[in-house]
Every structure is written in structure tokens, then in C-alpha cells.
Design a binder for this molecule. Structure first.
Ligand SMILES: Cc1cc2nc3c(=O)[nH]c(=O)nc-3n(C[C@H](O)[C@H](O)[C@H](O)COP(=O)(O)OP(=O)(O)OC[C@H]3O[C@@H](n4cnc5c(N)ncnc54)[C@H](O)[C@@H]3O)c2cc1C
Length: 519
């Protein structure tokens, strides 16, 4: 995988007419690119930063139908998402797991409500169910979750949902699209749209942020999958366009697993202010969150508010015998939900449907906003189908339902390397050939130097942050340890990718600044 080669192909053939140009390399755009490429359309995707740098690396990491949306009565949304959950677990078994959840219940009414509700959730999942839900008494609830406060506890409802690695799923989508013949570029920002004399969109003007070169890229269809930035693309199309996104911030904190001491996750369906709170084991840590704070500004690097962090820690302490404190936090990360704005109640966020919206502007800009990670495949299918229906592109059948990201190659010896899917054995080979690459990048982090080398060769990282935040999840697992690992990782990257000493120094210093936001 060589970013420069992809760009060279672009400059060698500047007049090449693309069928589809996708703006945005998050879950939505990457899903669309893969759908389009596998249908046989000539496709290019442009991401202004790294894949999943936006919301798509900052999720709760659940592949779920959304127990909460059932309470809102959106059964169609839940059923569709449960179906997609099943497909994602089948198609990307190396990046997804079946996670057991326990809802602690403190009243007999809640025992009834959640037992019945989750039975219904199982029913909606149908053949793609991940395991039956059931009630457990107080003793068994505490056995499962040893740190759960037992005072007033009536028991727990056990249910199953999927869990995944969001940023690794994103890079997997990007690489799969490239392997299938698509062009997928990170650090490429779309600055404006090209239009003909009738005002119809005919392509985009984009800049390679690494070389600052500008490219005019002609295409039949431009798709706006820019997440919370979708309105910026709408204004490129029509400066008078009205806002369609209501951004809402969600924060998570990452704690040591000793704050949960269990393989089961906790789900609190209704905290004091009506939000859902999860505490979920993930890569040997606990991810706890989230919040729902309406914002007016959008940025690629959102910052958690102190009150959001306090809320998560305090709420966790209400249910756990060990109260996590600010000093116990390994990492804090914030993400922005690209919720479709409700014109009748623009302030509402908890109540806003998580359903996606697809729109086509008069000039031909096809936009998709809202939705969730779990439904990325279906959202992509609907977006391309819409373009077919509008006769912008010729009809071709969607083939992603059974598109597997995992082929049974050599099974990895190490369970941890399973995240690299069929390629895991290549990392093991590297360690066999060069035993020094078996060293960890930091004593507190699970990653070896061999993984850094392999990622450089196969997953188009451009910055140190790409490597530590999204190709590996070092930043999230332990932000401070990741910064300490920075110099060693930067040195490997420089050697592999041909970067200079001054590149290393710049990256290390920028990364040190960045982790302040995460600590
Ligand atoms: C706190 C939180 C928790 C969540 N938890 C879950 C969960 O557990 N499960 C689930 O299914 N869903 C979850 N979601 C929802 C899910 O994460 C989002 O729906 C999804 O990631 C949105 O993806 P996206 O591609 O639309 O947006 P993004 O990931 O933000 O991608 C948009 C991309 O467009 C790029 N872009 C913008 N402008 C330009 C331009 N001019 N040129 C080029 N590129 C551009 C941006 O850089 C960005 O990378 C959660 C969301 C949040 C906020």
C-alpha cells in the first residue's frame, strides 16, 4: 500500500472521469466507497485527515441494534441495525466480538420492564441473534460483576450485543476498497466543487495536504459523507443552504480493568439525567461513557468538558464499589454525533432519531447525514441505490452483504494479533525473522515493534498520531504511555517510510501536545 503511487495515478491521468467521488473517510464514506468499488464503479474517496479521524474512531465501539432506540419506539431502526450487526459480525469476525452486558435492576418494575424489553430485542434480531437474554438474581449479578454495589439490587438482566474496533474497521474498509481497484486517499481535502454552465456539479477541487498540490478531479457523482462537516460541503454547493446537522458531543473515559474486574459490561439504561451509560471491557481496559452535549461548533479534535468527565466518573461510582477518580483516567476522548437536525426542535439531541437521511441537491450533490457505525453497510447501499434511482449512474447490484474482510489464512498463534485478520501471520513471520521486532513499544502497551513495521507497509499511516491513535489504539488505552512510546515508534516509521530526523522531532512534539486533550 503506497499513498504516493495512488496519487501518482491521479496526476498521470488528470482527465480521468470518475463515476463516484466520495468526500469523507469515516464509516459512512468508507462504506460507500467499498459498496461503489465492488459494484464496479470507478471510485475515489478523499479524506481531509486520517481515516476515521472524526467521529468514527470515537464511538462507544458497539455493533448494536440500540436497546435505547427501542424505548423510543423506533422498531424499524432497531431491526435494521440488528440485521446489520449480524452481518458485520459475520463479515469481520477478527474485529468484532460478542459482548455480554448486564443491566443492574433495583426495582421489580425494572426487572419486568427490561426482561420483557430485551426478550423483544432478541426476537427482533431473529436468526442473527447473538444469544438469549435472561434475568439473574442478585447473587449471580454480583458474581458476574464483583464490584457492583449490591445495596437494593434485585438482580440483573443479561443480554448480548456486538463490540468492535472502530478505527481498525475503518482502515480495513479503506484497504479493501483499494485492493478492489478504488482510490482512497487520506490527507486530501476537498476545497470546492466544480460546476458546469448549468450549475450541475461535475467534480471537486482537492488539495493533497502533504504536498499542498491541487487537483481538479472530474466525476459524474459527488457524495457528501463529511459527517458533522456535511453543512460545510452544502455551503460549497449553495452558500444559502440551511443547517442540516445538530452536532452533539459524546465523551468516554478509559479506566484500568480493575475498576470492573469482569468480562461482562454494565449498561445503565437511565442515569440521573436520562442518559444511557456503559462500562465496557475493551482491549483489557474499561471504556465508560457517554454524554450527550449539544454543541454549536464542529471541530476535528473535540474536547471533553470537565462536567462531562465528572458526570461519567460520578455515575460509575454510584454503581461500583470502587469510585474512579480523575487521576485514574488513562484517556478521555470526545466525539461528535452528526445528528440530523430536527427543524421543529433544534435543541433536542437525545430524542433526535439516529436514522440517517439521504438528500440530493438541485445541482446533484448527494448527501448522507446521521446514522450509526453499525448500519454503515446499509447506509452505503441506500446511498448508491439512490444515485441509481436518480439515473446519475447506471444500475449495478450491491454485493457487500456477504463481502468478507477475513479469509481463513494461517491462524495466528497469538489471540491478540487476530485484529490483523488474515495477515496476522505476516506479523508473526516478521518477529521470527527479526526477533528484536518482538519487543513491545512500551511496557504498558500490548503492541510490538513488528506491528508498527507491518502497519507502515500495509495501512498507509502518514503521521505518528495515525499510528498511535487509530492503526494501534495506544492513545486510547493509555494516552501517557503512548506519548512515551512516541520516539521509538516515530523512529520505526521514519525508517520504513523514508522520513527525516526533523520529521520525527516534529511528530513527537505535535503528539505530546495532542495528548493533553486526551488526558
Ligand atoms: C460518542 C459517540 C458514540 C457512538 N457510539 C456508537 C456505537 O457504539 N455504535 C454505533 O454503531 N455508532 C456509534 N456512534 C455513531 C457513529 O460513530 C457515527 O454515526 C459514525 O462514526 C459517523 O461516521 P461519518 O463517516 O458519518 O462521520 P465521520 O467519522 O466524522 O467522518 C466524516 C469525515 O469527513 C471528513 N471531511 C470533512 N470535510 C471534508 C473535506 N472538505 N474534504 C475531505 N474530507 C472531509 C472528516 O475529516 C471526517 O473524517 C457514536 C457516535 C458518537 C459521537
Amino acid at each position: 500500500m503506497d499513498r504516493n503511487k495512488l496519487i501518482k495515478a491521479l496526476s498521470d491521468e488528470p482527465q480521468r472521469q470518475w463515476d463516484i467521488i466520495v468526500i469523507g473517510g469515516g464509516a459512512t464514506g468508507l462504506g460507500i466507497a467499498l459498496d461503489a468499488v465492488t459494484r464496479g464503479y470507478k471510485t475515489i474517496l478523499l479524506e481531509q485527515s486520517d481515516f476515521a479521524k472524526g467521529t468514527s474512531s470515537r464511538s462507544t465501539k458497539l455493533v448494536h441494534g440500540g436497546v435505547r432506540y427501542m424505548a423510543q419506539g423506533d422498531l424499524l431502526l432497531v431491526t435494521e441495525a440488528l440485521h446489520e450487526r449480524g452481518l458485520m459480525l459475520k463479515n469481520a469476525p477478527h474485529l468484532t466480538t460478542n459482548q455480554e452486558f448486564v443491566i443492574p435492576v433495583y426495582t421489580y418494575w425494572d426487572v419486568f420492564l427490561y426482561t420483557v424489553g430485551l426478550k423483544f430485542y432478541d426476537l427482533l434480531a431473529g436468526r442473527l441473534s447473538m444469544g438469549k437474554s435472561y434475568f439473574i438474581n442478585r447473587k449471580r449479578a454480583v458474581q458476574r460483576l464483583p464490584l457492583l454495589k449490591s445495596e437494593g439490587l434485585k438482580g440483573g438482566i443479561v443480554y448480548h450485543d456486538g463490540q468492535f474496533d472502530d478505527a481498525r474497521m475503518a482502515v480495513t474498509l479503506a484497504i479493501a476498497s483499494i485492493e478492489k481497484g478504488g482510490t482512497v486517499l487520506n490527507y486530501f481535502r476537498v476545497g470546492s466543487l466544480l460546476k458546469d454552465e448549468k450549475g450541475k456539479i461535475t467534480g471537486v477541487i482537492a488539495n493533497d495536504l502533504m504536498s499542498v498540490n491541487e487537483y481538479r478531479i472530474p466525476g459524474k457523482l459527488v457524495i457528501n459523507a463529511a459527517g458533522v462537516f456535511a453543512d460545510k460541503i452544502h455551503s460549497m454547493d449553495d452558500p444559502e443552504s440551511k443547517p442540516t446537522i445538530r452536532p452533539s458531543q459524546g465523551v468516554h473515559v478509559v479506566l484500568d480493568i480493575s475498576f470492573l474486574q469482569s468480562g461482562s459490561a454494565i449498561m445503565i439504561p437511565k442515569t440521573d439525567d436520562g442518559r444511557v451509560l456503559f462500562a465496557i471491557p475493551w482491549y483489557g481496559k474499561v471504556v465508560a461513557g457517554t454524554t450527550d452535549t449539544p454543541l454549536d461548533m464542529v471541530t476535528l479534535e473535540p474536547r471533553a468538558l470537565e462536567q462531562e468527565i465528572d458526570f461519567i466518573l460520578k455515575t460509575a461510582g454510584k454503581y461500583l464499589t470502587r469510585q474512579p477518580k480523575r487521576k485514574d483516567v488513562n484517556c478521555i476522548f470526545a466525539g461528535l454525533r452528526p445528528l440530523a437536525a430536527n427543524p421543529d426542535n433544534p435543541e433536542a439531541t437525545k430524542e433526535v432519531s439516529r436514522r440517517h437521511k439521504i438528500t440530493l441537491s438541485r445541482s446533484g450533490l448527494l448527501s448522507i447525514i446521521g446514522g450509526k457505525w453499525t448500519s454503515y453497510r446499509r447506509m452505503a447501499e441506500e446511498t448508491i441505490d439512490k444515485a441509481v434511482k436518480e439515473r446519475i449512474i447506471e444500475k449495478r447490484k450491491c454485493v457487500t452483504k456477504h463481502f468478507s474482510f477475513y479469509s481463513n489464512g494461517n491462524p495466528p498463534v497469538s489471540e491478540r494479533l487476530k485484529i490483523y485478520g488474515s495477515n496476522a501471520s505476516q506479523i508473526e513471520d516478521l518477529i521470527r525473522e527479526h526477533p528484536e521486532l518482538g519487543e513491545h513499544i512500551h511496557e504498558k502497551l500490548p503492541y510490538t515493534k513488528a506491528e508498527i513495521v507491518w502497519i507502515c507497509r500495509n495501512e498507509i499511516p502518514v503521521t505518528l498520531e495515525d499510528m498511535l491513535a487509530r492503526r494501534t489504539r495506544a492513545l486510547i488505552l493509555d494516552a501517557r504511555a503512548s506519548a512515551e512510546a512516541g520516539p521509538a515508534v516515530a523512529a520505526i516509521m521514519a525508517k520504513e517510510l523514508g522520513f527525516s530526523k526533523s520529521w520525527q522531532e516534529k511528530e513527537i512534539s505535535e503528539y505530546k501536545d495532542l495528548i493533553k486533550i486526551y488526558t
